[in-house]
Design a protein around this ligand. Sequence first.
Ligand code: ATP
Ligand code: MG
Length: 390
Amino acid sequence: MNDLILLKQGEIVLKGLNRRIFEDKLVSNVRRRMAKIGNFRVYSAQSTVYVEPMDDDADMDAAFEAAKQIFGCVAVVRAAAAPKDPDAIFETAKSYLAGDLMRARSFKVETKRADKSYPMTSIQLSQYVGGLLSDAFPDIAVDVHDPELTVNIEIRENAAYVHSVPALGAGGMPVGSCGSAVSLLSGGIDSPVSTWMTAKRGVHIIPVHFFSFPYTSELAKQKVIDLASILAPWCGRMKLEIVPFTHIQEEIRDKCPEEYFTVVMRRFMTRIAERIAIRDNCGAIITGESLGQVASQTMQAMAVTQEPVKIPVLRPLVCMDKREIIEIARKIGTFETSILPYEDCCTVFTPRHPRTKPRLEEVIAAESALDVEALVAEAVNGIESVVISK
Ligand code: ATP
Ligand code: MG
């Protein structure tokens, strides 16, 4: 059987002159992902990326699952290729979809012609193949209005393709087609979701985690590595930057008024993230903040948090409810890991009464007891990089 996978491009098709750049990115992302699974030929034609197995060992089930996690595609189908002759198309549909045709009570055939020079119209071919299938499977009725099974035929340049229901693709844009960003990844529920949402828009991600050993344990670090690994099939290969944060937190604890601990700490995170962003040519910092969720996520606190940097701070979850965030976390598979009970550096030295509406002058005054530049430089120098790949 000439089994293959077709990935249908999403928003890319709306692009104008630079469409090729997006397409090439998608093909190279698909190629890299499939290379881990087996020997596949990957190429693009007519708004579709083709994934063809090159030998019998290529695991088509694994390739199909992987294809559903590649951003830039609206639909993914497993199909059988046939010569463009109507009888050959019928024979292929008959054997490839035999199980479906025996199970369903009603069906119809739907034809799409990407090759407009094909001698039969879509309706003629659907009727021809539908008639033959109806004879071959006498227990299934034809129902063109509300069929249980749709047999899809696509007439393309080099072959015809037969398939049943397409699976939903991951949507979005190919990762890497819209630049890079630093994403602040804690071990919580929110930041894996904001990271995923940003990758979905075609952004290559550099996850950054602030680690406060021994206040936060090796297990907490491992949890973040695990979360990044769950995200890797969507986001692609990433370099997780683990920033030593203990000294900064101790300095804040020892030298700043307690009510400013959190906002001062968050300003350090932003500054360090910007350093990494400049180094790695990133256009933004991403966080998992959501308006009003906690004291440090008021508009005033957000303004003070981003004040030390020029780079945009993007917050994909800003107007989402926890319930909506959890729904995505479950869908992408990060939720179960996120709820494992390990501490985060934000929960170390938490003030009893944090300022929900911090004033910038007061925060700057609180910070003046610290050698900010030296602390930032020390943290950046101590970064440990972990390569996360799928
Ligand atoms: P999350 O569920 O993502 O931990 P949260 O609701 O617990 O978010 P905070 O702890 O206030 O919120 O953190 C807000 C955001 O700051 C996080 O979503 C994340 O982007 C970033 N952040 C917090 N702690 C860390 C950390 N240890 N390392 C990297 N980023 C962090
Ligand atoms: Mg957190």
